[in-house]
Design a protein around this ligand. Structure first.
Ligand code: 13P
Ligand code: SF4
Length: 306
C-alpha cells in the first residue's frame, strides 16, 4: 500500500511521462491541490486549459469543468478521473426548455454560468463565472438578460447592475444555498474581529452579512490584501488549504455545510489510475463543440476583476 507522499510522487512522474498537466479546483482535497500543476477557480482553470501545450489535460473538478477544458482545447485529450463527480446545479437547466424560451424572447441574450452542460452552453450567447459575471453582463449592453442556472448569482448581478433586468433561472447550488443566516451570525458573534467573505452562490440574505462577496479566487485575493487576521469563509472548505498557504498567520472559520460532496468524489488514487489507463476521456461531438465553444471563448476575452 502506497502512502500519500509516494502516491503524489507517482502521480507527478506519470504526468511527466505522459506529457500531461493536472488542473485542480480549489475545492479539491489538499493532496490533489499539492500534486497539481495549476490550482484555481473555474475561470483560471478554463484559461489554463485553453493555453496548455501538454498532450493531456487531467481535470480534478466536477464534470462541467472538464467539459469546458475540452471545449476550449478540443484537440487535446481531457481526462475526468471520476465521472461521478458531477455538479447538480449544472443539470438544473433543460437545454430543450431553454431553446423554447429563447424562441419566445429572441432579443433577450442568454448568459450561462459555466456551471452548465455543453448542450446548455450551445444555446447561450455568452458564458460567465462568478469571477466575471458582472463584467460579462455589462459587456452585453442589454436592457434585459436571461441568466442560467444559478438564481443567487443572477440576483447578485442584478443588484450590482440595477439598470439591467436580470431574469434568473430557478437553479441553485445546494452547498451555498444551505449556508444559513443564523450560522453566519453565530460565527460573527464568536469572532467579532473576523472579516466575512462569501461566495455569490449564497442567498441574497446571507450576502447582506458579508464584508466581501467574491469568487474563490476573489476571496483568496481579499485574504492577501486584508489587514484582518481572522476570516469567516462562506464557501467550500477546500479553499481554506490555499488560504492558509497565502496567510499562515491568519485563522479561518468555514460556515457550514462547507463541503461539496461532488467535488470530493475525486481522489488522488482516481487521478493516478486515470493517468495509467487514460480513462475517462471527455467525448463531445464536433458540432456541439463548435456551438458550445463560442460563448466560452467570448467570456475568456473579457478582462477578469480578481
Ligand atoms: P469559482 O468559479 O468561484 O471557482 O466557483 C465554482 C463553483 O463551483 C462554486 O461552487
Ligand atoms: Fe456545483 Fe455547488 Fe459543488 Fe460548486 S459547490 S461544484 S456549484 S455543487
Amino acid at each position: 500500500m502506497m502512502d500519500l507522499q509516494q502516491l503524489q510522487t507517482r502521480v507527478r512522474a506519470l504526468l511527466e511521462e505522459r506529457n500531461a498537466v493536472l488542473l485542480a479546483h480549489y475545492y479539491q482535497t489538499q493532496d490533489i491541490q499539492q500534486a497539481s500543476d495549476h490550482l484555481g477557480d473555474s475561470l483560471e482553470l478554463a484559461l489554463q486549459a485553453s493555453k496548455t501545450d501538454a498532450d493531456i489535460i487531467v481535470f480534478a473538478g466536477v464534470d462541467f469543468m472538464a467539459e469546458t477544458a475540452k471545449l476550449v482545447n478540443p484537440e487535446k485529450m481531457v481526462l475526468h478521473p471520476n465521472t461521478r463527480a458531477q455538479c447538480p446545479m449544472a443539470s438544473m437547466v433543460d437545454p430543450v426548455a431553454l431553446k423554447r424560451i429563447k424562441e419566445k424572447s429572441p432579443d433577450v441574450p442568454v448568459v450561462a454560468y459555466v456551471n452548465t452542460s455543453a448542450a446548455v452552453k450551445a444555446e447561450s450567447d455568452i458564458c460567465c463565472t462568478s469571477a466575471n459575471s458582472v463584467e460579462v453582463v455589462k459587456s452585453l449592453d442589454a436592457e434585459r438578460i436571461i441568466f442560467v442556472p444559478d438564481s443567487n448569482l443572477g440576483l447578485y448581478v442584478s443588484r450590482m447592475l440595477p439598470e439591467v433586468d436580470v431574469i434568473p433561472w430557478p437553479g441553485f447550488c445546494h452547498v451555498h444555498q444551505n449556508i444559513k443566516v443564523e450560522d453566519v451570525l453565530s460565527l460573527q458573534e464568536l469572532y467579532p474581529a473576523a472579516e466575512t467573505l462569501i461566495h455569490p452562490e449564497a442567498t441574497p440574505m446571507v450576502l447582506t452579512l458579508a464584508d466581501f462577496v467574491g469568487s474563490t479566487r476573489g476571496i483568496a485575493k481579499r485574504v492577501v490584501d486584508s489587514s484582518a487576521d481572522e476570516f469567516i469563509i462562506g464557501t467550500e472548505e477546500g479553499l481554506v488549504h490555499h488560504l492558509k498557504g497565502l496567510r499562515p498567520d491568519a485563522e479561518f472559520y468555514v460556515v457550514p455545510p462547507g463541503l461539496c460532496p461532488n467535488m470530493k468524489r475525486i481522489t488522488l488514487l482516481d487521478i493516478y489510475k486515470s493517468l495509467e489507463s487514460l480513462e475517462t476521456p471527455v467525448e463531445l461531438d464536433r458540432e456541439l463543440i463548435a456551438r458550445a465553444r463560442r460563448p466560452v471563448d467570448l467570456m475568456l476575452k473579457i478582462k477578469r476583476r480578481a
